[in-house]
Write a protein that binds this ligand. Sequence first.
Ligand code: ZN
Length: 425
Amino acid sequence: MSGSLMNRIESKEDDLVKLTQDLVRIPTINPPGEFYKDCAEYLGNRLKARNFSIEYVRATGTPGDTDTFPRINIIARREGLRPGPCIHFNSHIDVVEVGQGWTFDPFGGEILDRKIYGRGTCDMKGGLAASIIAVEAYIEAFPDFAGTLEISGTVDEESGGYGGVAYLAQKGYFSAPRVDHVIIPEPLNKDRICLGHRGVWWAEIETQGKMAHGSMPFLGDCAVRHMGAVMSAFEKDLFPALAKKRTDMPVVPEGAKQSTMNINSVHGGQSEDITGFPAPCVPDSARMIIDRRFLIEEKLDDVKEEVYKILNDLTDKRDDFSYQIKDMFEVQPCMTDKSAPVVQAVSSGIEEVLGQEASYVISPGTYDQKHIDRIGHLKDCIAYGPGILDLAHQPDEYVGIDDMLDSAKVMASAIHTLFTKGQRD
Ligand SMILES: [Zn+2]
């Protein structure tokens, strides 16, 4: 690709920095979903001035959508002079809460040693800014490009993406024939291509008992002791079995290359928020929420069956044991093929810009690719963007200016590859 495009991106450094700072200074904290409209309009105004057509889509009725905190997404589209594939850059505009331990102003966008600090710099306003600069530079360098470029700023990724990418995918914004290739500039490091993520199953298990006076527990049946039995069975049978399941998916970090389960919470008996002295009662209910992450080699039905079996064995063996289990949330694992056009294009961009081979990773947790895969049925999708994954959601989160410039160059190179070598199918 032309060196002039690379030079053009370098010459936009001040614009890139200012854009990132402006975005960081809009505190789009989720929950509750603050300042979404401001952020969407900021993006819309910028891209409209560059001849993009702009759509604002409010995800009415999705979780958290109210007139105070409307779920407003923006989609900007710029069609080239000639037909060709559509490349879409999707970034979430929401950020997580600030938390403790900051030495920088979380919404100041301060710069030190060529790093921009603030909540959302790394995850993922730096990636959003880099993709905008890449697209704008590309259009300037190749005004007669054949195809369509889209940039979206979507909400609620940090809370499941229902008012964001999921909603838009249901409306056809992430499907053929509208879109062919999607890049999500999440912070996965500038030399890595993230092909997908592990699967998720959240469930709530309840053990049941019988209420009685706490001085005569033999007259009741303690649901918390039953839950204790569930936990020991998990320790003895489930966790060791999960540790043995290894995946061929290139999951990072290493510890996530196996099946995992987090016990998210356990509650039983008297609620924790009582004031005063507790009443002496035998608890008749205990609840546990599990967060199971599974591998592409596993089937969700088998993942569930493994837990059901432990619970059913307890029902057989343990006096008066009874339980209920209910699904709360599930996501299938996904992994884009390495031979997919967008993977090939970004991979050659990494080689060209960084002079090294791309590495391929799978995210331990999910992100919006799940909706593009499952609802949009679009398989040519990856995450690629600047920023160090480990910094996401931490205090003093930052993004490196040079990383943003490099990844913007990689993105521009990938656009060129997809427009000039890509075939619309
Ligand atoms: Zn993110």
